[in-house]
Design a protein around this ligand. Sequence first.
Ligand code: NCD
Ligand code: ZN
Length: 344
Amino acid sequence: MQTLTIIRPDDMHLHLRDGDALKAVAPYTARQMGRAVIMPNLKPPVVSVADALAYQQRILAALPEGSTFEPLMTLYLTDKTTPELVREAKAAGIVAFKLYPAGATTNSDSGVTDLFKLLPVLQEMAKQGVLLLVHGEVTDSDIDIFDREAVFIERIMKPVLAQVPDLKVVFEHITTAEAARLVSEAGDNVAASVTPQHLLLNRNDLLVGGVRPHHFCLPVLKRETHRQALVAAVTGDQANKFFLGTDSAPHAQSAKENACGCAGMFSALTAIELYAEVFEQAGALDKLEAFASKNGARFYGLPENTDTITLEKQSQTVPESIPYGNETLVPMRAGGEVAWRVRY
Ligand code: NCD
Ligand code: ZN
């Protein structure tokens, strides 16, 4: 049987929620990832250092006995974030602030209304080496949902990088050729996370033959040419600027299969296996380890994990659903086959 042993990966973009939901999903990530960058879009959002450290303790308490998984904490950038808070965050080991443009996605009501009013905060982040993680979509109602990332690049990303040229920015969950190009051409202070769904699926998988609510996430899946551009980016010449960030974002089945179904795909159950499919299909399995286990750590200024995981080329059937508190959760590829499995 074909096997592949790689340094234990990290998930640089993860939603773990809180309470029973957290207890339901955290063990799946902890069994394959060494660390994860934890998104702060709880209700209410994680905006203070005290909130983040308390949340980190709840995450650690939700892990199986003996787990060495490390949650890397972030704060939610708001119109009220101050340079003092950036310094306080740095001192407390918070790795980043997350920019959600107001109204962009799930629980983003507290998001930023005008990023350019926060320039002193961004300058302090650059000075302190605290990362800015960007949900890169504009929210203007006149901008088509499929164009929101490309418009964000022109209206926000390029001007911000011009004004704070040494800011370390992660363009999160990129979905377009435009974003891949921006990151490839930018300085070493700009990188991107890429999800399994944006590498494996296109908007036909969302809309052909009926609406597939479990394939609805934000930024929304794009056309096939963009998916191909992302695969080219993570396997190409500038591949060291791209890293694993699942954006695994659990929502109860009832909230997804709904007249107003919410955005988010839960991929944590078979995350590294799904990425292995992408790299294998691209003839680039030798590049999986850098993407999953090296590029993210390097960008965050962290050492690589010291242990390994082994993937086996053996098909597994993904469950139709898994328990999620009192509800159920439908994972990515539910009821289907994934070509690889992790040896646990
Ligand atoms: C995320 C969520 O559910 O928290 N949803 C999503 O579609 N990606 C929020 C986000 O990262 O945009
Ligand atoms: Zn996310």
